[in-house]
Each structure stands twice: as structure tokens, then as C-alpha cells.
Design a protein around this ligand. Structure first.
Ligand code: BDR
Ligand code: CA
Length: 313
């Protein structure tokens, strides 16, 4: 039976690819809803982008919700310098005909978790953790009903991308990350340590473009746009691909390697705010709250991604 997931996202080209990977895989993943959060750009644009991506996938049955417009305790920091002013620069996607649901995204998350069988819904977090933390604060009993929270965020060995110490999703709302990391639900983290290893090299992007379908062309155009910033920054032959690793993990966990350990987030220090401190070598004796993944089989990941994208219109 397909695993039920809610995707919480700030699309974002890599978020869009993650959504397409999930929506191309209905036999494995039942996407019960998509919730936008403020992050890469403001909430309104992220929600609009989510609708565009759902339409691109041809899966018009998927409800899209808007969640929180800013982090819990801080002004929003955005990343137009990576994703462009729309958050999804690259392809020229048509204005969506689909409409946002009226219910607030945080209430949707709470209601689905309360209404469905305990342990049947997995939360996939591809942006700042604001919506999920707010849901946990508003209705703490949901923590025990979450099957798993699989999130792209943080770093340990690769340290940071938005500051020398912090990864973007965690940096934008460290207090939300703290709530999530302490909630007690099973958590799997896909940090920069994984995503820096799955680079969208020219041959991998070309294989996606060569699929010849609308989705493949759009993904090629999205990633060709967003990789520009990273290629200049790192000087690598391909850019890291972040958020699709969350969905790939659900589809093929054997592609990833890591271990269970304690992970905490820095919320105080100005210098290291948003840093995720992973006790990877088990030096503290603190209880493991996270399955912290560290590496991926990059060729296997791109084979999976490309094959699944070929199933879309
Ligand atoms: C994360 O930040 C965002 O810009 C990407 O969409 C990804 O979720 C990577 O640090
Ligand atoms: Ca994202």
C-alpha cells in the first residue's frame, strides 16, 4: 500500500523536483496534501509555485494549502539570490487554474494527523520547519501519531550554506527546528552532507531533458537556473540537489547511509545560529532523536529520479 505523506515546502526549484518525484510515484506515495511555508521566497509566491508544480505533474487531485507567512520568532530571510525573484525562475510555467484550499496549512496537518490512523502519515519537510512546529505547539498530541518526519535540513560535516555554520532551512527558523527535534516523533534528516554528494552534473541534467516530456524539460530549465549560484560558489561540476533526497529516501532508503544519533540546534549564538550539532560519534551519551544520514549513492539517486520523471506528462 502507498505510504501517506504530507509535503511541507517552499518551492523553490529543488522543492519542485521533489514534489514531481513524489507525484510521479503514486504506487509508493499517496500525497494527501501539500502545504506551503515561507522560506525561499514569501508565502504567497511559494503557494503559487506549489500550485504550478501540481498542475505541471498533471495530478490535479492534490490539495494545496498555505501555512505560515513568517518564522516563529524572527523576520523572514529569503533566498532570491539562488532561486530568482519568483522562487521558481527557469521554466515559463502557466498561471495555475487550481486554487488554494481555504483551510490553514497548519490546521490541515493537525486534522489529518488526528483523523487518520496513528502512525499512518509521514511529514516530508522541504523548507523551514515553521508549519510543523506550529502544528506541534497547537496540538501536541499529534507528535505520537506521526509515522516519521523526513526533513531536508542541517549539516554536520559540511557545516553551512547560508552562513558558515548553518544550513538555510534551519537558519530561517531555528526555534521551529528546535521544537521539531525535541518532539519525540521518529525523525530522519537529509543534511547538506548528503545533498552535496548528489550533484546535478551536465550529463545528469541532459538525461532528464532528453526524456522529452514536459516535466523533464521543466526540471532541466529549473535546475539550469538554480545551479548557477552554486556552481560559482563551490566551483564543482554540478550543483547540490537538496530536497528530492527526502522523497528518494522514502522510495529507496537503501540509497542512503547514516546512523542514529542526538541532534540539537543552536538558537542563541549570533555566530552559529541555526547550526545543527550532531553527536555523530556518540560522545555525549544524549539519547538519539534522529536518523542522521550522511551519504547517498548518487548514480542510483539520479537513475531513480530520471526514471520516475519519465512517468509524468
Ligand atoms: C535548502 O534551502 C533551500 O533554498 C532549498 O530549497 C533547500 O530546501 C537547502 O539548504
Ligand atoms: Ca526547500
Amino acid at each position: 500500500m502507498a505510504r501517506k505523506i504530507i509535503i511541507d515546502t517552499d518551492p523553490g526549484q529543488d522543492d519542485a523536483v521533489a514534489m514531481l518525484l513524489a507525484l510521479a510515484s503514486p504506487q509508493d506515495l499517496d500525497v494527501v496534501g501539500i502545504v506551503a511555508v515561507a522560506g525561499n521566497v514569501g508565502l504567497e509566491r511559494n503557494a503559487l509555485n506549489a500550485l504550478k508544480v501540481v498542475e505541471l505533474s498533471g495530478r490535479k487531485d492534490i490539495p494545496v494549502f498555505a501555512g505560515c507567512a513568517r518564522p516563529m520568532r524572527r523576520p523572514l530571510i529569503t533566498a532570491e539570490h539562488v532561486h530568482g525573484e519568483t522562487g521558481l525562475n527557469g521554466p515559463d510555467l502557466p498561471a495555475p487554474k487550481l486554487l488554494l484550499e481555504r483551510q490553514h496549512g497548519v490546521d490541515f496537518i493537525i486534522n489529518r494527523l488526528l483523523q487518520d490512523e496513528p502512525g499512518s502519515i509521514t511529514l516530508c519537510a522541504l523548507g523551514p520547519l515553521t508549519n510543523i512546529a506550529m502544528a506541534l505547539i497547537k496540538e501536541p498530541s499529534i507528535a505520537g501519531r506521526i509515522a516519521e518526519i523526513v526533513l531536508m535540513g542541517g549539516a554536520y560535516f559540511e557545516v553551512g550554506n547560508i552562513t558558515p555554520a548553518a544550513e538555510f532551512n534551519i537558519y530561517v527558523d531555528p526555534e521551529a527546528a528546535d521544537v521539531v527535534l525535541r518532539c519525540g516523533a521518529p525523525i530522519t534528516m537529509l543534511p547538506l552532507d548528503v545533498t552535496h554528494g548528489v550533484q546535478s552534473t551536465p550529463d545528469r541534467l541532459e538525461a532528464i531533458r532528453a526524456l522529452g516530456n514536459r516535466a523533464g524539460q521543466a526540471v532541466f530549465e529549473m535546475l539550469s537556473f538554480s545551479e548557477d549560484f552554486d556552481l560559482k560558489k563551490y566551483g564543482w561540476s554540478g550543483a547540490p540537489l537538496h530536497d528530492p533526497t527526502v522523497i528518494a529516501y522514502l522510495l529507496q532508503p537503501g540509497l542512503f547511509d547514516g546512523r542514529r544519533c542526538n541532534v540539537e540546534v543552536e538558537t542563541g549564538s549570533e555566530l552559529t545560529r541555526g547550526m545543527t550539532v550532531a553527536d555523530y560519534w556518540h560522545v555525549t551519551g544524549k539519547p538519539a532523536n534522529v536518523q542522521f544520514l550522511r551519504s547517498a549513492d548518487a548514480p542510483g539517486f539520479y537513475t531513480l529520479l530520471t526514471e520516475r520523471l519519465s512517468r509524468l506528462p
